[in-house]
Design a protein around this ligand. Structure first.
Ligand code: AMP
Ligand code: MG
Length: 487
């Protein structure tokens, strides 16, 4: 435990104490000219931190890892991972550090973590750095996801370091300060299991139980209960991604949390035209992480977690495999339950209507949206108007009728609740062309477009005058959107 008097920040080092084999004590690179680009005042206050102090020189040194509170032990965390299906036994934080754990005033424990803080022993060929654009991107999209009600890591601040970073061109460098329930990943368990040290694996599982599902400690089979909890959290998370139209882009097992929070906003994007095959990442040539594949990939990743946990599930390997397989079989139902309930809510039908009526209606709708290449977010937002008879907004999204009117009649006969729909279907999401516009300006030193977009997407359900351009789809000349991993 440690205290920085200026910031009255206490950071625990529980991960590094309990799992020292997976934690390399390390220090951030010096930021030659730190400048705050954005601070999340509300999150800072929630954590019991003082925003004015964080804005001051000491605060900036803390947010770049250059001031380490007495007694804190920043570490690079070890993890393994399947990347696009291929296993790497040693990935780890190549350019990130866990500063430590904060207990907020409501006693919730969260990691304070830096990204872009310099090379670590896990950096391999990487420079350990991050550019302003991608760090602001993670800030913007993670905060939008939080405002949309999805479980996610949060962003506390982005600080420009004053160092330039070499990508295709020279770019200004930055450090993101991130807050998470924890940074335990499926890949953390794969790492522990691959060491062959079952004691380490058990300690990691005990640590995860204490942080994420303490009730599992009292279960007859605590490690099975841990797996059940991760499976439920991930099934629900990925269903929520699907409902909101989010494509993560790089669902490697090192980018899948044990907490069920979305993590590592790299080549992610929000879908505009509804398309099950939507892929944005330039490196995802086979479409492994396409929109419609996400639930299947999540299930695959959970199978990798189950494999890593086998030694804890039963002494007899065959029995352990049987237990894990039975449990994995629950994924589809859990995913389906969250997805169906969410889709009903999107259609304003959360009440008494039966699944037999609603599910074919949903299938027909998704077929209509696919054929018409209709903007997914705009469709659901404008559909609430159609409940009251104002069908113009929704109709303009379709080039031709294509069966829309007949579908709307069927849907209306079920008595949708328009007001409830507007609390579920956002008006504002981080649209790709707006994100790019904001990041290009920010990289050139103008933060105004970023701040405006952030204002729109962090109150996503409240339509406000003057923000019309944030609801519109990309202009025709924006072209097919491509995101890059070279973050
Ligand atoms: P990601 O795809 O961002 O989740 O990162 C995958 C792995 O690459 C992790 O081990 C990262 O720490 C590492 N990595 C990504 N970018 C860099 C970089 N610029 N320098 C060092 N390591 C990096
Ligand atoms: Mg990652």
């Amino acid at each position: 435990m440690s205290v920085s008097p200026q910031l009255s920040l206490t950071l625990d080092d529980r991960f590094s104490r309990e799992l020292s084999e997976m934690a390399i004590p390390w220090r951030a690179e010096e930021a030659p000219d730190a400048r705050l680009l954005i601070l999340n005042d509300r999150l800072a206050a929630e954590l019991g931190l003082d925003p004015p102090a964080l804005r001051g020189p000491e605060g900036l040194r803390l947010l770049t890892g250059n001031l380490v509170p007495n007694g804190a032990t920043p570490v690079a965390q070890a993890y393994a991972g399947h990347q696009f299906g291929g296993f790497s036994p040693r990935l780890g934080d190549g350019r990130a550090l866990l500063l430590g754990e904060i207990t907020d005033p409501s006693t919730r424990v969260r990691d304070l973590h830096l990204k872009g803080s310099g090379r670590t022993p896990f950096a391999r060929g990487g420079d350990g750095l991050a550019a302003v654009g991608p760090m602001l991107r993670e800030y913007l999209i993670s905060e939008a996801m939080h405002a949309l009600g999805l479980p996610t890591t949060r962003s506390l601040a982005v600080v420009a370091t004053g160092r330039s970073v070499r990508r295709e061109t020279q770019l200004p460098g930055a450090v993101l300060a991130r807050v998470a329930s924890s940074h335990l990943r499926v890949g953390s368990f794969q790492y522990a299991q691959a060491t062959g040290d079952v004691g380490l694996l058990r300690r990691l599982a005990d640590h995860a139980i204490a942080r994420h599902c303490p009730e599992a400690a009292d279960a007859v089979e605590p490690y099975l209960a841990l797996f059940q909890s991760v499976l439920a959290a991930q099934a629900s998370l990925v269903a929520q991604w699907m409902l909101i139209g989010f494509v993560h882009g790089v669902m490697n097992t090192d980018n899948m949390t044990i907490s069920g929070e979305t993590i590592d906003y790299g080549p992610c994007a929000f879908m505009e035209a509804f398309d099950p095959a939507a892929v944005y990442s330039s490196i995802d040539e086979g479409g492994r992480y396409a929109y419609a594949n996400q639930p299947v990939v999540a299930e695959w990743n959970l199978a990798r977690l189950a494999e890593a946990l086998l030694p804890l599930l039963h002494d007899d390997q065959e029995q352990a495999v049987r237990i894990a397989t039975d449990e994995l079989g629950m994924f589809r139902q859990r995913y389906g339950d969250t997805w169906s309930a969410g889709m009903k809510a999107k259609l304003g039908l959360s009440g008494h209507q039966s699944d037999e009526l609603i599910l074919p209606l949903v299938d027909d709708l998704l077929a209509l949206l696919t054929t018409g290449g209709v903007d997914y977010t705009a469709f659901f937002r404008s559909l609430s108007g159609a409940a009251g008879g104002e069908t113009d907004d929704v109709r303009t999204l379709f080039a031709t009728d294509e069966g829309l009117d007949a579908w709307v009649q069927r849907w209306k006969s079920l008595g949708p609740d328009a007001a409830a729909m507007d609390r579920t279907n956002p008006a504002y999401i981080p649209r790709n062309h707006l994100v790019e516009e904001a990041l290009t300006a920010a990289t050139a030193g103008d933060l105004e477009p970023f701040d405006q977009l952030l204002t729109a997407v962090t109150l996503p359900f409240e339509e406000r005058p003057g923000l019309e351009r944030y609801t519109a789809g990309a202009p025709g000349d924006f072209g097919a959107y491509r995101t890059f991993c070279g973050t």
